[in-house]
Design a protein around this ligand. Structure first.
Ligand SMILES: O=P(O)(O)O[C@@H]1[C@@H](OP(=O)(O)O)[C@H](OP(=O)(O)O)[C@H](O)[C@H](OP(=O)(O)O)[C@H]1OP(=O)(O)O
Ligand SMILES: Nc1ncnc2c1ncn2[C@@H]1O[C@H](COP(=O)(O)OP(=O)(O)OP(=O)(O)O)[C@@H](O)[C@H]1O
Length: 489
């Protein structure tokens, strides 16, 4: 970033999560990502610089290897004029969703990350005139824990996302339970993936956002208020997908366009662009392939088909690689927590060792190499406990990242476009797939994870499953009655 040339009027509010806020440049395809903190928890400039540098290093030294060179954009740390940051912060404040204003943008350090704008990813630096559509999916955890340390039987049957939905609705975070189940999306089975994507479109929550030419057109800007409905979305999508002459409208047309979007996204998600260090992780998928709470698997169950077709994900695709990283959580939080406590006890005795143990970085090649040891035999050492803790943090990061799929019409002959192409009903679409929000989860969040896990499972077991049992036992009684009647006849 060239000092003196920074003008806040060239930047606009783009979006934010729990820990960072993103502004986008109006012309150039770049964004600035600032850290956010609760008002009473300000950090020093040095701490912020270190934190941002750690994010970049973690992307470069760990995630690029695990997920693949092509999918990860690490960006760089930039120093900005403080006056620019202050003015920018004032300018965007009114656009920030209220639910995110419990944290303030860091305006004191002047440091931020500069990244390609993945919602407009074309030739990277300058926007082209081709329309561009971008679908952002936060898929969450795609497997059911297989660890023997799991004590709640329910956790072997229902995935965390589906259980968590009930707690989220009960606490008012969302209004409706979503039909989306990550296991359907990660199944590699087209039918299940279509169902998962349609469910995300019906109830986007913070798991789906759609941008057109860099502007949010679908999904939640605010925690609770969607920006458009499916009809409006279909209208936006027509230039990309509409199968006929562009004049038709009505529910039939909306359905056709949405179906086309779902099919294209599925194909992109199953495509491979593998340039990473091949096979850094080889974790065989263990545990159930379906979640009992998914409406898709429930409907199969009712049809008497207990296991859906096994398709599996192609090894080079981003979903497969993300799932592999997620499965670095081999012990589940229940098995991990005692190991975290072992590390804690050691640190209480030898606080100066925190640095050697690389708990707060550096996230370098040494850190990466240690993650590759997947043995689960506990020899009682701090080294073992620490390795599992670090693997867990990396797994949690992959469980919370987002996938960005950018699509634009492929113009034959006129483009120096190097991107892969996918056929759609209207034209061919050039696409790129990227992953974002790869900030390593903090060591300190482990006790919170432990408590939250038990809260989610207890709530689900007590309320939902108890209700299910009542329904089932009523059905069983009806069935018994029915059998008796049949016997009499
Ligand atoms: O615990 P979860 O599964 O609710 O995930 C949190 C996310 O909630 P979600 O369930 O996706 O709505 C949560 O997302 P929201 O703020 O709810 O949009 C954050 O991503 C949070 O990460 P961090 O603590 O900011 O690093 C996430 O926390 P981590 O568990 O990844 O640390
Ligand atoms: N490089 C990028 N290009 C385009 N948009 C981006 C980019 N990075 C982030 N965003 C947008 O900004 C939003 C917030 O970013 P991000 O997910 O990194 O925030 P966070 O606070 O770290 O998230 P979380 O709540 O998961 O902790 C994203 O959901 C995405 O829409």
């Amino acid at each position: 970033m060239e000092e003196g040339k920074m003008d806040e009027n060239e930047w606009g509010y783009h979006g934010e999560g729990n820990k960072s806020l993103v502004v986008a440049h109006a012309q150039r395809c770049v964004v600035l990502r600032f850290l956010k903190f609760p008002p009473n928890k300000k950090k020093t400039s040095e701490e912020i610089l270190q934190h941002l540098q750690n994010i970049v290093d973690f992307g470069k030294n760990v995630m690029k290897d695990f997920l693949g060179e092509n999918y990860v954009h690490c960006g760089e740390v930039v120093q900005l004029p403080l006056e620019f940051v202050k003015q920018l912060c004032l300018k965007i404040q009114c656009e920030r969703p209220e639910s995110r204003c419990d944290k303030d943008l860091d305006t004191l350090s002047g440091y931020a990350m500069c990244l390609p704008n993945l919602t407009r990813l074309q030739t990277y630096h300058f926007a082209e005139h081709r329309p561009i559509l971008c679908v952002e999916i936060k898929p969450k955890c795609g497997f059911i824990p297989f660890s023997n340390d799991v004590t709640h039987e329910m956790k072997h049957k229902v995935c965390r996302y589906c259980m968590h939905q009930h707690l989220k609705v009960a606490t008012g975070k969302w209004k409706k339970i979503s039909k989306y189940c990550p296991l359907d999306l990660y199944s590699g089975n087209k039918q299940r993936m279509h169902f998962a994507l349609k469910s995300l479109l019906q109830e986007a929550q913070n798991n789906l956002r759609i941008f057109k030419n860099g502007q949010l057109i679908y999904g939640c800007g605010d925690a609770r208020s969607p920006v458009a409905d499916l009809k409006e979305l279909a209208h936006h999508l027509k230039p990309f997908f509409f199968p006929s002459n562009g004049l038709a409208s009505g529910p039939h047309c909306t359905r056709a366009v949405i179906r086309e979007l779902v099919h294209v996204i599925t194909r992109v998600l199953l495509s491979s662009s593998d340039k990473g260090r091949a096979g850094a992780l080889r974790l065989g998928l263990q545990g159930p392939r379906v979640c009992e709470a998914s409406p898709f698997s429930r409907s199969l169950h009712h049809q008497g088909k207990n296991t859906p077709e096994r398709s599996g994900l192609p090894k080079g695709c981003l979903l497969y690689k993300t799932l592999q990283v997620q499965m670095l959580d081999q012990l589940d939080i229940e098995g991990l927590y005692p190991l975290y406590n072992r590390v804690e006890r050691y640190l209480e005795e030898f606080p100066e060792e925190r640095k050697t143990l690389q708990i707060d970085g550096p996230y370098d090649e040494v850190f990466y190499q240690k993650l590759l040891d997947l043995s689960t035999e506990d020899d009682g050492t701090v080294a073992f406990a620490l390795r599992k803790v670090q693997q867990y943090r990396v797994a949690m990061t992959a469980k919370d990242c987002s996938i960005m799929i950018a699509l634009s019409p492929y113009l034959q002959g006129t483009s120096s476009d190097q991107r892969p192409v996918i056929p759609s009903s209207r034209s061919r679409l050039a696409f790129s797939v990227s992953v974002l929000d790869l900030d390593l989860k903090p060591y300190e969040s482990i006790p919170h994870q432990y408590k939250l896990d038990s809260k989610i499972v207890n709530y689900y077991s007590k309320t939902v499953h108890a209700k299910d049992d009542t329904v089932r036992s009523t059905r069983f009684k009806e069935h018994e009655d029915c059998t008796l009647v049949l016997h009499k006849v």
